[in-house]
Unconditional design. Sequence first.
Length: 223
Amino acid sequence: MHIDIITLFPEIFPPIFNHSILKRAEQKGIFSVQFHNLRDYSTNNYHSVDDYPYGGEAGMVMQIEPIYNCIEDLKQKRSYDEIIYTSPDGELLDQKLSNSLSLMENICILCGHYKGVDERVRQNLITREISIGNYVLSGGELASMVICDSIVRLIPGVLSDETSALSDSFQDNLVSHPVYSRPQSFNGWEVPKVLLSGNDKLIKQWQEEESLKRTKQRRPNLL
Ligand code: ADE
């Protein structure tokens, strides 16, 4: 999978992409990412990419021209399965959407800013709008990082233990069961005995029951 990210702040991405699973995915050659500075596609000497909204409200709007130029330029090199715009009023990101995006070859993400983008971008250049939650961020950069992280870990071959993504919370509309590690007893707080039993069938059954119990308690809407 290749992801192109169009942003006003390309310099804030490398620390996230150069660590952990995103980095491993890149090293394995399963995933690649490029950051594109929207200002490089500005058509004026000041490299500005925003202007006042028609109608006279407060705030600035991201203009269509630099975005169009950037997307057209990128489309010369790749044909995209989705061109995503990050926006608080987009479709809510969930595990199902992450799963389907993880099967794609090429994705482009435009990070929103200011008051938003000229509506003609949304109508004509974007194929999907995604929100990461019902709150407003100052820009789409964090949202695009969240989208990338949630989808890249699902690409086959990225996680060394393939089954670990399958037992993630939400993967079958259940949150995941509790987990424990050594020591067996700490401060008098014990690991559930069943996990020490060596009986795989009983352990699996316990995990499924705990998963269901937690989902009922914490996320009943998933059931
Ligand atoms: N931009 C600002 N807020 C956002 C959100 N919640 N999700 C995606 N993009 C955003």
